[in-house]
Ligand binder design. Sequence first.
Ligand code: BEZ
Ligand code: FE
Length: 289
Amino acid sequence: MRNLTPATITQAFADYARNAPSARTRELLVSLAGHLHAFVRDNRLTEAEWNSAIDALTRAVGFTDNKRNEYILFSDLLGVSSLVDMVNAAGKGTPSSVLGPFHIENAPELPNGGDLWKGQVGEPLVVTGKVVDDKGDPARGTLLALWQNAGNGLYAQQDSNQHPTNYHARLGVAVDGSFAFSTVRPIAYKVPDDGPAGDMLRALGRDAWRPAHLHMIVQAPGRKPLITEFFPDDDKFLDRDAVFGVRAGLVLPFKRVADRAALPANLAARDTLPMPVWTATINLALPPL
Ligand code: BEZ
Ligand code: FE
């Protein structure tokens, strides 16, 4: 291997990996090295340019802890998280989307019809919907994990003035698959852009906005969890989501309702919500098993 050239180094890398214990890992790493080598060759990358990439990854360490992960943010902003989601998508039923960093396990249980808003800052929103399986039958036993930002644009994890589980909940659907809850209308917000991933956005002339969204993980018995999120159709950032999470089937009308009698009967805050409220209908179809 004394006569390596830019043209032969990729094959040399593959040959070195011939004893890899896992064929799949070998395939992935050889492919990754091949793409990186092609990137260097095609762009005639300079040492200074490569060092600035290494420097960004090194600085990302300082922005990563158990509350924030700058590496995942790079993956999100580069579109890689979204692409991994899309290449694994079932192609049927409600589309999936990116998880993002703010989901928490074991959020408090919210009864069907329950209220997350509790009079906090922002405009109340009533969400109703139904979960059906791939045959259109009610997906009884389904648990919905719900999370979103508060009316000030911040997730509970970003705001010491919020209870750590504010706007995080787990809700079991009714036997007919239906569900309802009241919450705050989520608002567009900027992903954290004070680290090297934010520097990358600025270098691209991009900004850090995500359109407003409601996150959901739909866990039906015996099925893979469906990770998804829903967006109001009037959000001005729908066509420039910093993390490429918008899918046409996840964009919904949010409508104003002034008539209290039109709200679902099981809504705990039915008699107290200040009218008019925003309403959204989220009908979920599970992908085939
Ligand atoms: C979010 O959904 O809130 C999010 C997703 C990816 C990166 C940062 C935030
Ligand atoms: Fe989010």
